[in-house]
Ligand binder design. Structure first.
Ligand SMILES: Nc1ncnc2c1ncn2[C@@H]1O[C@H](COP(=O)(O)OP(=O)(O)OP(=O)(O)O)[C@@H](O)[C@H]1O
Ligand SMILES: [Mg+2]
Length: 311
């Protein structure tokens, strides 16, 4: 940790929401260098939620090697075709890492390819959602500088919180912010220097246990302190539910599930989960779509992709 890191209040809440730059999409980057925190799952759920509200959405997969978001969307397109279902689809692109050997050439190549993918997305949609890998890559760092909103899903565990800050195990006091927090801080500074709008950084807790466990309480308390110290907002996030794993193969999200004959067995648990996704999108406080289209027609009742989850 360098001595340059200082606590920064999140300047976002007012500025980010004043509206969009005309003709430009609002860029939502989903970032957390830790693997498996729910970035890709969250990316598709937020994308579908925004499309259901009539927003034009573009998605970008910067984790092309793993390609979870791209595969999720392939599964979605295949499901729609197989079942004759009408499912909203984002305009999607994937940006692979450069294969050039020399580091500088590789970075220049990646910057050019990221810009080539982002520019048309930003000028042709209301929202661009960028899914990043669970590791520190040059491409991911570049993408963070494009973020109007940065959303960091965090598994509800002190192992994952370690990404944001070193915590004293006895007192639960914050010893110091850690590498990712400092990196985000630097990216925010860089963006400010380039004259960009402030970044709204939101941390969401993922895979929340339904039990009122001590871990859950302690995490909530520490995150609240940390939010003030390193400057982010906290969104309530999503509970731990088997349905998130089950939906991947069909490419569906909780927003696509509907009640009705022939449809999936929408359990009370799924209704509650869907509400959590809607609450999350509301908490993001994104600017409205530029030219609100009429609400998308309800998707044709898709058949149950999997047996209803037992939770
Ligand atoms: N709220 C949740 N409840 C249960 N399982 C979840 C939840 N959110 C995500 N998962 C599961 O956790 C795993 C990791 O999720 P996901 O692939 O979205 O994370 P990621 O951050 O994109 O991972 P990576 O860093 O590897 O790209 C997946 O199996 C996903 O289905
Ligand atoms: Mg992922």
């Amino acid at each position: 940790m360098t001595g340059s890191f200082q606590a920064a209040a999140n300047p976002s809440i007012v500025q980010t929401q004043t509206g969009r730059v005309p003709g430009r999409a609002h860029v939502l980057v989903i970032g957390n260098e830790k693997g498996g925190s729910g970035k890709s799952t969250t990316a598709l759920h937020v994308a579908v939620a925004l499309m259901v509200e009539g927003g034009r959405v573009a998605t970008l997969d910067l984790d092309a090697r793993q390609g979870t978001l791209s595969r999720y969307l392939e599964n979605r397109a295949a499901y729609a075709q197989r079942k004759g279902a009408s499912l909203p689809m984002p305009r999607h692109a994937s940006v692979p890492l450069s294969t050039l050997n020399d580091r500088q050439s590789a970075e220049t190549d990646e910057r050019a390819r990221l810009e080539a993918a982002l520019e048309p997305a930003v000028s042709g949609a209301d929202f661009v959602i960028v899914d990043t890998p669970g590791s520190d890559t040059h491409l991911s760092r570049l993408a963070h500088t494009w973020a109007d909103t940065l959303l960091t899903p965090l598994n509800d565990s002190f192992i994952d919180l370690d990404l944001l800050a070193r915590i004293d195990p006895d007192t639960l006091r914050i010893v110091r912010p850690s590498i990712y927090a400092e990196a985000v801080w630097k990216q925010r500074q860089l963006r400010a220097m380039q004259g960009g709008r402030p970044v709204d950084w939101i941390v969401m807790r993922n895979r929340l246990s339904s039990l009122a466990a001590r871990n859950k309480r302690d995490m909530a308390a520490v995150i609240e302190v940390l939010a003030k110290r390193i400057g982010f907002r906290v969104a309530a996030g999503l509970s731990e539910r088997v349905i998130y794993k089950e939906l991947f193969l069909s490419g569906l999200t909780l927003l696509d599930l509907r009640r009705g004959s022939g449809g999936p067995s929408l359990t009370l648990s799924h209704v509650a989960a869907r509400q959590e996704v809607r609450d999350l999108v509301a908490a993001l406080n994104l600017p409205r779509a530029a030219a609100p289209a009429p609400p998308a027609a309800p998707a044709t009742e898709p058949a149950t992709p999997v047996p209803p989850a037992e939770e």
